[in-house]
Ligand binder design. Structure first.
Ligand code: PLP
Length: 372
């Protein structure tokens, strides 16, 4: 195999950061206040306003946001939670870490999303919550979900700019999470957000994110010894910080521009690749939906050959996600989920991020045209 020149390697994911992010974190660096502080509160307010949410609790990762979201639901111990198998490992880990059992469900082949029918098939009397994941930012068809009479956990890690009927994804679940890791549409080095329909849950999340310490230090009530903690629950440390939040604030201001670029790249790919009969392009957002264009997933029978061919041309691709029910750590459920398994054989994520130049896009298109 030819070793591509690393400098010329096109990445499949990527953030676009620069002077705006440096300007935003500069006051925190100069004031030597790097931890939880005013930038965190500013980011929480700005993000909630932009997405019209009742509030946001910023955390150190989307993975921990999932864990905390599930804890907030106070499910009976060992509850079953339906989780689509085509998702990031943290979705299942969070269920287990919270003391419950993930039950894996298939996804729709065309949208890569769980549907109401699939959820109904996986549902049984032990099911105490359902997790939905808006894969790539294509919204799950939330309107078709009947009331299953269990809470809905909405994973909008890919979907910060996705909408259904004018409402942003993240506003449909009883609890919902976002990811702001380094490759997401809003990129911090690491970060996650938690929101909920009930603002009291968001406040509760905020009081649990620091090892479950609701009051400490100078924030203690008057009259209390300020060094004595008030601990509500045994929780990990999931604290956000002002450096990540500052970067997030700059990213939030640039979100519209970055989304425009993502949309342009997506459109060019759709136009070019829909002419090729040997691959299947991703499904567009429906007429009442808005996509966030987090990633571009094609399907083809000779997936591995194309991935190798592009890699030799210095174009990196990947496949998200190795289905959880096939992962040895979760295989004990002995499930067959045909669409996840087909996607695992045929799915390939192509480079899509705002820093791709026009010539980068041409390289991807030419690389794929050359593969016959
Ligand atoms: C669908 C999904 N959920 C949750 C997460 C976890 O987010 P984080 O990486 O911020 O922990 C990710 C991360 O990639 C994800 O893709």
């Amino acid at each position: 195999m030819k070793e591509p020149d690393d400098k010329a390697m096109l990445n499949v994911f990527g953030a676009w950061t620069g002077q705006e992010e440096l300007d935003e974190i500069s006051p925190s660096v100069h004031s030597s206040w790097l931890g939880l502080g005013p930038k965190v509160a500013q980011f929480e307010a700005a993000f909630s306003a932009r997405l019209d949410l009742p509030g946001l609790c910023l955390l150190d990762s989307g993975s921990n946001a999932l864990f905390l979201a599930i804890k907030l639901l106070d499910l009976p111990p060992h509850s079953e939670v339906i989780v689509p198998s085509l998702t990031w490992v943290a979705c299942a880990h969070a269920v287990l870490l919270a003391g419950h059992r993930p039950v894996f469900a298939d996804v729709d082949l065309a949208t890569q999303n769980i549907t109401a029918e699939i959820a109904a098939r996986a549902f049984n009397r032990n099911t105490k919550a359902i997790m939905v994941v808006h894969y790539a930012g294509k919204p799950v068809d939330m309107k078709s979900f009947p009331d299953f009479h269990v809470p809905l956990i909405e994973d909008a890690a890919h979907a910060v700019d996705s909408k259904i009927d004018g409402s942003f994804c993240g506003s449909f679940g009883d609890v919902a999470i976002y990811s702001f890791d380094a490759i997401k549409n809003i990129a911090m080095p690491e970060g996650g957000g938690l929101t909920a329909k009930d603002p009291a849950l968001i406040e509760r999340a905020r009081s649990l994110r620091y090892c479950g310490i609701s009051k400490s230090g100078h924030r203690a009530d008057a009259g209390q010894r300020w060094w004595e903690h008030s601990i509500q629950a045994v929780m990990p440390k999931m604290l956000p910080n002002d450096i990540n939040a500052g970067i997030g604030l700059a990213q939030l201001r640039k979100l519209d521009a970055h989304q425009t670029r993502r949309r342009v790249i997506w459109r060019i790919y759709q136009e070019e690749f829909s002419r090729l009969a040997w691959l299947t392009t991703p499904q567009e957002a429906g007429p009442n939906e808005q996509h966030s264009y987090f990633t571009y997933l094609i399907r083809l029978e000779r997936r591995d050959a194309l991935a190798g061919f592009l890699r030799d041309k210095g174009i990196y691709t990947t496949f998200r996600y190795y289905p959880l029910h096939m992962n040895p750590i979760y295989q004990s459920q002995h499930l067959t989920l045909p669409n996840c398994e087909q996607l695992n054989r045929e799915g390939l994520n192509l480079p899509l991020h705002p820093r791709l130049s026009d010539s980068d896009i041409d390289r991807v298109i030419q690389g794929i045209r050359d593969f016959q």
